[in-house]
Design a protein around this ligand. Structure first.
Ligand SMILES: [Zn+2]
Length: 248
């Protein structure tokens, strides 16, 4: 009896462990990889990095414009004469049109990150398309740029979304997985964010950062550290579309 009980307990623990690993595995799977991801990457419909030997990378900023932090990021970029790409939320852009104008005037690229940043899993195809098209027209109207990149909220991907973006002549702008420093997490220090990115740097990477989150002040300071160090190492900073054109 005693032996049996122990065996049952051991088996139970094993099961819990397997379940935990499965859950972890499934979670990272849905966040990082759609089953058709590799094919879309080959077809250059989804881009998460660019093949190049040149020391060039793209800094990308999500979820803005935010009246306090986005100008801080823009100031840092201006001081270093560096170009970046901003994946903006349409609704926030309507409230901060002057920031969008400044981005364009200072040579940055503006990409589409939906109108309200909803969970696309909960939206029907038509509502997803409306989120995208509304934001495209806001970018055109406020900045004069015609956006060619879409970063779906949360990195959402589906066959329907890919079909829609093809029709709209948009490329899906992913980011280089090992360069996700989770800078948006409250309390993450500038040195932690910068350290993660500097340690993992490689030519052709697309680096994801967040100007539009409450930790955006730390992100802005991190960007100063990142550019200062990587310039010393010979890196230059271009927009995501420029990086794509430089790819093999
Ligand atoms: Zn976002």
């Amino acid at each position: 009896m005693v032996v049996l009980t122990i065996r049952k307990r051991t088996a139970g623990l094993g099961l819990v462990l397997i379940l935990a690993l499965m859950i972890l595995g499934i979670t990272s799977y849905t966040v990082a990889k759609h089953p058709n991801m590799d094919n879309w990457k080959k077809e250059k419909i989804v881009i998460d990095r660019v093949k190049t030997d040149k020391k060039v990378v793209a800094l990308t900023f999500d979820d803005g414009p935010e009246p306090k932090f986005t100008p801080m990021v823009l100031d840092v970029l201006k001081n270093h004469d560096a170009r970046a790409t901003f994946f903006i939320i349409g609704k926030k852009a309507e409230s901060n049109p002057q920031i969008l104008k400044r981005m364009a005037a200072e040579g940055h690229e503006i990409g589409n990150h939906s109108y309200r940043h909803p969970d696309f899993n909960k939206l029907k195809k038509d509502a997803q398309l409306e989120e995208i098209n509304k934001t495209t027209s806001i970018i055109k109207r406020l900045s004069g740029q015609n956006p060619v990149l879409l970063r779906p909220p949360g990195g959402y991907l589906s066959y329907d979304l890919v079909e829609m973006t093809k029709k709209q002549n948009l490329t899906i702008a992913y980011w280089t997985y090992q360069q996700d420093s989770k800078d948006w997490r409250n309390g993450t220090k500038p040195s932690t964010i910068a350290g993660h990115i500097i340690k993992n740097i490689q030519p052709g990477q697309i680096i994801i950062l967040h100007d539009g989150c409450p930790n955006g002040g730390a992100t802005a300071r991190a960007v100063d550290m990142i550019i200062t160090q990587l310039k010393e190492d010979g890196y230059t900073f271009v927009t995501m579309s420029e990086l794509i054109k430089m790819g093999k």
